[in-house]
Design a protein around this ligand. Structure first.
Ligand code: M6R
Length: 341
């Protein structure tokens, strides 16, 4: 059933070009889009990887639309009251996460319109919400979420396409190719460096902040190495004191608007002795000069490059776990879906 792959996680990462294509291509209920257009606020609730996808949606919305977006960890929702007039979107691969469903029920009790972005048609969450938006990832066996995350990002990109006309002008065939190319990127040197570490920081700015959170979650979950995702600018406000020769940094530094400041952040990290694994855009020779290991994705649109970086970070986590001989598809202490509060 693994189709020639060593692990389900690897197989599921390789499915991502097609998963993105079919999810982004699917229709979004026009009534849901109308609800969003008249919403005073959108509130996203989720856990783990699904939360990281929600945070990415917030950044995408800020870039293209006026409606404010809040993103809350589902287990903390009982401490906040949803605003009247909010549309509450639960993001959950399994559709069974207890905290997410509890938060959704609370939002319903406050009279909010509710929706779910889920991978499982007919799951518990779909019976609670007003609208269901399906990720078309197919069954995900590995505990680590990979293709379902990319599919969640695809749903959010298609919501944006419908909501803010003209905001997303991606060529789907081109994106398919960009994600496919990302699967072939050599991450072995970076994986060797990560596998030998006890602590790793993942940093990025803008869209790459939530992407860094997800990169860190992925590697800690399957390698058991302590990893933290940070907004690159936050490093100076505390964690920089931890940097030394033993703490590699995975710094996402593609040639987007944050490029110059990211490059100078990398120099600051290097000055503290930290080895830097930079993930950048192919053809960037300046990055070669400052980082210890460079992992390049193909030049594309900003969103195309972001999707490629997501895949590269998943591969980095996967290969690090292979080096360490971990039980990749079933990491210790974890369940695929958390059905208790
Ligand atoms: O099924 P859900 O998306 O609601 O699950 C939420 C988290 O438990 C899940 O995303 C978890 O963080 C992943 N297994 C991480 O890879």
């Amino acid at each position: 059933r693994k189709g020639g792959f060593d692990h389900y996680m690897q197989k599921e990462i390789y499915e991502e070009p097609d998963v993105f294509y079919r999810t982004f291509n699917s229709e979004i209920d026009p009534d849901f889009i109308s609800e969003l257009k008249s919403a005073e606020e959108i509130c996203v609730i989720a856990c783990g990887t699904s939360y990281n996808a929600g945070l990415l949606f917030r950044y995408l919305m800020e870039m293209h639309c006026d409606t404010p977006v809040r993103v809350e960890v589902a287990s903390e929702c009982r401490f906040f009251r949803p605003r009247r007039g909010s549309v509450v979107i639960a993001v959950t691969q399994s559709g069974e996460t207890a905290d997410t469903i509890a938060a959704l029920n609370m939002a319903k009790a406050f009279g909010c319109t509710t929706a779910a972005v889920t991978n499982v048609v007919g799951s518990s969450v779909t019976r609670v919400v007003d609208y269901s938006l399906c990720t078309r990832a197919g069954p995900e066996i590995s505990v680590a979420a990979t293709k379902s995350y990319t599919a969640q990002v695809a749903v959010f990109m298609s919501v944006l396409r419908e909501l803010c006309n003209g905001s997303i002008k991606e060529d789907l065939d081109e994106i398919h190719k960009v994600i496919e190319d990302a699967l072939l990127v050599d991450v072995s040197e970076g994986a060797e460096m990560c596998a030998g570490a006890s602590d790793i920081f993942y940093v990025g700015r803008g869209l790459y902040y939530p992407v860094s959170l997800e990169g860190a979650l992925k590697i800690k979950e399957i390698t058991y190495i302590h990893a933290e995702g940070y907004a690159a600018g936050e490093l100076k406000h505390g964690p920089i004191s931890l940097l030394c020769e033993e703490t590699p940094i995975v710094a996402v530094c593609t040639m987007d608007v944050s490029y110059p400041v990211m490059l100078s952040n990398i120099k600051e990290m290097k000055a503290r002795g930290a080895p830097v694994i930079a993930v950048g855009t192919e053809g960037d020779e300046d990055l070669d000069d400052v980082a210890d290991v460079c992992i390049y994705v193909k030049k594309s649109t900003p969103l195309g490059e972001m999707l490629a970086v997501i895949v590269v970070l998943q591969m980095l986590a996967y290969q690090s776990a292979v080096i360490l001989g971990r039980d990749i598809d079933k990491p210790r202490n974890l369940a695929k879906s958390v059905t208790v509060i």
